[in-house]
Design a binder for this molecule. Structure first.
Ligand SMILES: Cc1cc2nc3c(=O)[nH]c(=O)nc-3n(C[C@H](O)[C@H](O)[C@H](O)COP(=O)(O)OP(=O)(O)OC[C@H]3O[C@@H](n4cnc5c(N)ncnc54)[C@H](O)[C@@H]3O)c2cc1C
Length: 410
């Protein structure tokens, strides 16, 4: 079927990339983007990095920082789509090929890209069933949108004591940003911070740096939010209760799929695409909302470059079907905090000590490589200047590429 009307639901990086990729592939028909946020796409990763702790935090309250801080901004879209900002898709009829909008309108399509992303999980219980929810307690802060980032920056201006729940990359970045502006910060994590994402070795490097910067790390098991007017309180599984002026939770994300209820596209609540991003010949999905086939099975990988790469594949999958190339996922991850900046190519949950370790010019600077059983390896640069393509070549070649340099013991 010739596509003349394509609708993209979601105006994040996956939606933006899908639009750009459709145009680059020669699609010149109608393109309509439905975006629940009132902003053009911006960089979410910047929200927990430079944006959190640089500048004075002034803004016009509308997502537009007026202090010269532009870390989250992306170039103006050039895909020439009709963009409906502040409008949500509320339902989908895959037989009639229409997206229903929350305001009551409908958008017919020949092809549909689902890129509705995900939202922050919360500790406080939900208060309502439907929609991309603003539920939970107002005293529990999360960080997903530009509004969340601005609200957090404003709260940090008074240098409150902060309790960060979650020892993943987001929790650690938030903790680092809060320390940087002068807050007293406690991070609650049921395992050593970053160990699930980066393995014990890299977790050790980051946790040591974090403690050196003043972070207090607390275990104690699963946390429960206690909602009280007095402030933020959290109870841990071992009975410990913690209190702070501000509680920020960073306990993962959940996909925005509620609007697809009843569409027959969800399997066990998941949107599982094939290796070309397809759910059907006329519907593709990409980004944080989608679970795709990887070597470890079908899974969501809610990361920035994963969203971009999935969206490129899905756009071509929509236009060309089986003639489109399959997705060849190349993991790339970065994080910053506590004076460290890490870039990693390959599977980051590395096991054991590195097979190769080379110090750089600065005291904290390291280039590390791990082999893995599947052949290719993982290459990690911490405060180490190396272009990403070179890091990728190192990961592909494995640590053997760096020998005969002698491995160092850390
Ligand atoms: C604070 C933060 C820091 C991060 N740092 C990193 C990092 O350092 N490295 C990294 O790799 N990744 C990082 N990530 C993850 C990365 O930002 C995401 O993987 C990426 O933004 C996903 O893009 P997306 O377009 O799939 O989804 P989203 O960015 O979630 O965009 C989806 C859009 O769809 C909209 N939407 C939802 N439902 C509807 C609907 N029904 N109708 C219309 N629109 C809808 C949403 O409002 C949203 O605007 C970070 C994420 C956060 C929150």
């Amino acid at each position: 079927m010739t596509m003349r009307r394509i609708v993209v639901v979601g105006n994040g990086i996956a939606g933006l990339t899908a639009c750009d990729s459709l145009r680059s592939a020669g699609y010149d028909g109608e393109l309509t983007v439905v975006g629940a946020e009132r902003h053009h796409p911006y960089s979410r990763p910047a929200l927990s990095k430079a944006l959190l702790h640089s500048g004075d935090g002034n803004s016009d309250g509308d997502g537009n920082s007026n202090d010269g801080l532009r870390a989250h901004e992306l170039p103006e879209p050039t895909h020439d789509a009709t963009v409906l900002l502040g409008v949500s898709a509320a339902g989908l009829d895959i037989e009639a090929r229409v997206v229903r909008l929350d305001g009551g309108g409908e958008l017919p399509y020949d092809g549909l890209v689902i890129a509705s992303g995900s939202r922050a999980k919360r500790l406080a219980p939900r208060q309502g069933a439907a929609g991309p929810r603003r539920d939970g307690s107002p005293r529990e802060l999360t960080l997903r949108t530009i509004e969340d980032a601005i609200a957090l920056r404003q709260r940090l201006a008074d240098r409150p004591s902060v309790l960060v729940i979650g020892g993943g990359p987001l929790g650690m970045e938030v903790a680092s940003g809060c320390l940087e502006v002068g807050c007293e910060v406690t991070l609650v994590s049921d395992v050593r911070p970053l160990s699930r994402q980066l393995g014990e070795h890299l977790s050790g490097i980051f946790t040591t740096a974090a403690v050196r910067h003043g972070l207090r790390v607390v275990g104690g098991g699963k946390a429960r939010f206690i909602d009280s007017d007095a402030g933020g309180r959290v109870a841990l599984a071992d009975g410990t209760e913690l209190e702070a002026d501000l509680v920020v939770t960073a306990i993962g994300d959940e996909p925005n799929v509620e609007w697809l209820t009843g569409s027959n596209l969800l399997v066990d609540g998941q949107l599982r695409v094939d290796s070309r991003g397809r759910l059907r010949s006329d519907i593709v999905a990409a980004g944080d909302v989608a679970a795709f086939p990887t070597r470890r099975g079908v899974e969501r990988i809610p990361l920035w470059t994963s969203a971009i790469d999935q969206a490129k594949v899905a756009a071509i999958g929509l236009l060309k079907g089986d003639a489109a190339p399959e997705f060849n996922f190349q993991p790339y991850f970065w994080t910053e905090g506590f004076g460290l900046s890490l870039k990693a190519v390959g599977n980051t949950a590395v096991v054991g000590a590195p097979d190769y370790c080379e110090p750089g010019n600065d005291p904290d600077s390291l280039l590390l490589c791990w082999g893995n059983q599947a052949g290719s390896g993982t290459a990690v640069a911490i405060n180490y200047r190396i272009p990403i393509p070179k890091l990728r070549r190192l990961a592909d070649a494995g640590p053997g590429a760096l020998r005969p340099a002698a491995p160092l013991k850390l």
